[in-house]
Design a protein around this ligand. Sequence first.
Ligand SMILES: NC(=O)c1ccc[n+]([C@@H]2O[C@H](COP(=O)([O-])OP(=O)(O)OC[C@H]3O[C@@H](n4cnc5c(N)ncnc54)[C@H](OP(=O)(O)O)[C@@H]3O)[C@@H](O)[C@H]2O)c1
Length: 241
Amino acid sequence: MDRVDDLSDEELIAVYQVEDRSARHLRANFVSSLDGAVEIDGQSKALSSDSDSRVFSMARRLADVVLVGAGTVRDEGYNPLRLSKAAREWRTSAGLAENPTLAIVSSRLELSPVNPVFRSAVRPIVVTHEASPADRREALAEVADLIVVGAAEVDLQALVDELAARELPQILCEGGPHLLGSLTEADLVDELCLALAPLLAGPGSGRITAGPPTTLTRQMKLRSTLTATDDYLFFRYTREA
Ligand SMILES: NC(=O)c1ccc[n+]([C@@H]2O[C@H](COP(=O)([O-])OP(=O)(O)OC[C@H]3O[C@@H](n4cnc5c(N)ncnc54)[C@H](OP(=O)(O)O)[C@@H]3O)[C@@H](O)[C@H]2O)c1
């Protein structure tokens, strides 16, 4: 099994690169403790490591758009989305935009227009539905593009269609659990990249998925497994054709 530490950036990219970048593809990237915790003290930071950060950065490097739930932006104190110089140069040479676009999904729109995420390299997108508070939509329109899909809840299929129409077919979902739950329910998850952190977090935390129970199960196929000197495991699963 290859170790993340032994791979060059190009070799690591080759593990995560999709065959056809023009085809819509929704990848979710999560880290979990061995016993299934998605957070420790309300954040995923304590679950991460150097190898996890490296894989996380490589996934961002390959994305057209980084999709995240408003809860994760609030809980994690998301930084503006701006890639490193090396990543920007790699993207430019690969014919991609210098930085991916950040898209934040929210129903209540409890997001301040002065939140640092709105100072990302690319003007972010706020994704919401027609019944969300009009005054908050107006305020956020000053700092972000709005995608309004669905009457009373966000229509995630329409969102994926709209992102593809904007030439943003490579979607990287960085969480959180409620967003992954609704993407799974809509059967929109093409790939799950799961990092397993070598620690036991004990009871209390939720799983990487959350929301109302669903009857849907989606068979996935293991595409790659990487290990690391810090004892992390990195699984890449894609949906069966
Ligand atoms: N381990 C990991 O890899 C990882 C990754 C990400 C997050 N996390 C952790 O997960 C926790 C947050 O969990 P969470 O489930 O609250 O995260 P989340 O899914 O990012 O946030 C939930 C909120 O996002 C919005 N949202 C999500 N799905 C939506 C949908 N389909 N339609 C409309 N709005 C939607 C809603 O915002 P409004 O309330 O504004 O309507 C909802 O209240 C934090 O502790 C964070 O650290 C862990």
